[in-house]
Design a binder for this molecule. Sequence first.
Ligand SMILES: NC(=O)c1ccc[n+]([C@@H]2O[C@H](COP(=O)([O-])OP(=O)(O)OC[C@H]3O[C@@H](n4cnc5c(N)ncnc54)[C@H](O)[C@@H]3O)[C@@H](O)[C@H]2O)c1
Length: 351
Amino acid sequence: MRWNRKRVLVTGGASFIGSHLVDKLLSLGAEVKVADDFSSGKLGNLEYPSTNKGSGVWTSENLAVHKVDLKDKTSAKLMIKDVDVVFHLAALHGGRGYIHTHPAQCCTNMILDQLVFEEAYKAGVEKICFASSACVYPSYLQESTGSLYLLKEGDADPFVRGKAFSDLEYGWAKLMGEMALKAYHKQYGISTSSVRIFTAYGPRENETHAIIALIAKAFVKMDPYQIWGTGEQDRNFTYVSDIVDVLVLAAEKIDDGTPVNAGRDDRITINEVCEMIFYITGWRPRNIKHDLSKPQGVASRAADLTRAKKILGWAPKVSYREGFKRTVEWYFTHKARGDVKANLNRLLTER
Ligand SMILES: NC(=O)c1ccc[n+]([C@@H]2O[C@H](COP(=O)([O-])OP(=O)(O)OC[C@H]3O[C@@H](n4cnc5c(N)ncnc54)[C@H](O)[C@@H]3O)[C@@H](O)[C@H]2O)c1
């Protein structure tokens, strides 16, 4: 598939992952339209000189950014008009602190997803690629600390008995989005794909997510340094450029709605992440406090990459050490210590 001059819509394109996807698509020669209500996305994430055209529209070469609420049917229809490919990333979403405390908001993603998919189908787009999540996986497969189990795509399937038990309302909504895209392919033949993103991190991410939260605490020299939970919970944090590569490859190579993991198969505990951050920043607190009253998510999560390797020829390229270094450098050069310190409690839970 050639991206040169393809007309691509990125919903939620002003977000952390969305903005990196926009960078990639522009570098491949695509003509990109972003539709975002800026509820958490930021115009500043799209680092291009832009002209303000008024009425919530900004343009620069091959890029048009529209401030719209895609839950409004007329706006969704207008955004999808004259588009070849849709990457659907818009969602109400945040880190563990957000999805734990905003279950009703997470449910509204089902309306948003179905509206975008239906309008995309009606407009006759060639492809829809959906940003799904590792939260579709049953949490009971992720309950043992130190587990070696790798989550396989077949572990979450609404049509196989005992294989649907997603992580909170947010995970269920993503699973329903995936299910709908399979149905659109089955009934109408439209090309669809779903990428199950496993805890992305990198520049432009906000503090509701673990890596940025832990970097922010080091930035303001929080002492005692607070870690949510025991710190022995592990994840497979995946650098954002690796995630973006999967989204593009999935749109190129998957047509039938088959979901694919975008993550890592090597785990790292939160305590190990903190050690790496202390090493990179050259600062360490005198005391570390594990706050067991805070949500810490599942105990252990990592991705099986067999399908991603086989269908997409993909494996992550950026190591933890390199990815953390790039993210710390970005955070320390883009944030003001006084601001972060004054607002830290809010930043950790509000998207
Ligand atoms: N960050 C991760 O680790 C991760 C993991 C799994 C899945 N995802 C998914 O990837 C996508 C991007 O996530 P992110 O972490 O980059 O940031 P995010 O969750 O902040 O991105 C969501 C974007 O959608 C926009 N948005 C929300 N409601 C909208 C509406 N009604 N109309 C238009 N725009 C709307 C927001 O302003 C934001 O830019 C989301 O769908 C998220 O669920 C992210």
